[in-house]
Ligand binder design. Structure first.
Ligand SMILES: *[C@@H]1O[C@H](CO)[C@@H](O)[C@H](O)[C@H]1NC(C)=O
Ligand SMILES: *[C@@H]1O[C@H](CO)[C@@H](O)[C@H](O)[C@H]1NC(C)=O
Ligand SMILES: *[C@@H]1O[C@H](CO)[C@@H](O)[C@H](O)[C@H]1NC(C)=O
Ligand SMILES: *[C@@H]1O[C@H](CO)[C@@H](O)[C@H](O)[C@H]1NC(C)=O
Ligand SMILES: *[C@@H]1O[C@H](CO)[C@@H](O)[C@H](O)[C@H]1NC(C)=O
Length: 259
């Protein structure tokens, strides 16, 4: 009786686990298909670069022949990288890419993408090594969550309309070797990059960035304070009164005090 119960249990557990596992494996592959499907639906594609992104052929690796899509293996629907640089794409950052969760490289440079960079997405792409969003029209702040991608070694955000300051969290990444935020509207202090060797040109043409490798912040604030004080002095104190005040001071110094 015991033996039979055990056998039934084993069979039940095995078939139950199988039932549990199969959909989760299928789902893992389907998420990359859903990723590309949503990417296509979220972007405007006036030059029809994504015209061979046709869904519905469910053969192994059918998404791997899509324009700009590279898979881990050509017969396996798992996205390694997406490069849609210079394709004239329009719209906001395609949030669907977060479903391509094993992706190592995303390159959307030289398109016409706008809106803000949604911070939640970058925490869902833990294996990203390269992120190139340069030469678009992205606005708003640089999300601190970019620092959650612990393998990120190339981050290019240059030639956009990003504002605010550079999140200090980014600088603590030891893997970040190539970094640029040139040609944006950033301001404030540049955090001290752990990986070092981030060149001067990475910060070119912004609103008001300061600190190494640019001019020190304290200096620029100090000189701005002096300039502001001079302007205030010139505006609020008549020259005559100033002169009289100085002259009086001198006289008082020369004259020995009685009492
Ligand atoms: C599905 O796509 C693969 C790879 O692109 C291709 O070889 C195959 O012929 C396609 N199958 C159908 C039914 O379209
Ligand atoms: C992104 O793609 C463009 C071509 O579309 C290429 O020139 C550029 O080097 C790529 N960026 C990175 C970081 O590899
Ligand atoms: C960029 O997109 C805007 C609309 O979002 C459009 O008006 C503009 O012409 C586009 N620029 C280019 C170079 O395609
Ligand atoms: C990084 O991810 C963790 C957990 O997902 C989250 O709690 C944290 O806020 C994220 N950090 C940033 C800077 O977004
Ligand atoms: C720093 O970067 C410069 C030019 O980009 C390069 O020549 C130099 O070898 C780099 N130094 C280190 C320590 O990586």
């Amino acid at each position: 009786m015991m033996m039979v119960a055990k056998l039934v249990c084993t069979i039940f557990i095995r078939s139950y686990l199988w039932v549990l596992l199969v959909p989760s494996l299928t789902r893992a592959m389907e998420s990359d298909i859903t990723c590309l499907r949503s990417l296509k639906s979220q972007l405007k594609d006036p030059h029809a670069y994504l015209s061979n992104w046709v869904f519905g052929n469910y053969s192994d690796g059918y998404i791997c022949s899509f324009f700009g899509v590279y898979c881990y293996r050509s017969n396996y629907n798992k996205v390694l990288s997406i490069n849609l640089g210079g394709s004239g794409l329009q719209g906001e950052f395609p949030s669907g890419v977060k479903l391509c969760s094993f992706m190592e490289s995303l390159n959307l440079t030289g398109n016409n993408l706008s809106g803000t960079l949604p911070s939640v997405i970058f925490s869902s792409l833990p294996f990203l090594v390269t992120l190139d969003l340069s030469n678009n029209n992205f606005a708003g702040n640089i999300p601190a969550s970019l620092s959650n991608m612990s393998y990120l070694s190339t981050l290019l955000l240059d030639h956009n309309r990003l504002t605010g300051s550079i999140p200090s969290e980014l600088a603590s990444s030891t893997r970040l070797l190539q970094f640029s935020v040139a040609h944006n509207d950033l301001k404030g202090p540049i955090p001290e990059f752990t990986a070092g060797n981030i060149s001067l040109s990475s910060f070119d043409d912004n609103l008001d960035l300061c600190g190494f490798p640019l001019d020190p912040c304290s200096g620029s604030f100090y000189y701005m304070a002096i300039i502001a004080a001079n302007i205030a002095a010139a505006a609020f104190f008549p020259v005559g009164a100033c002169y009289g005040w100085l002259y009086d001071g001198k006289k008082q110094n020369q004259r020995p005090r009685r009492r």
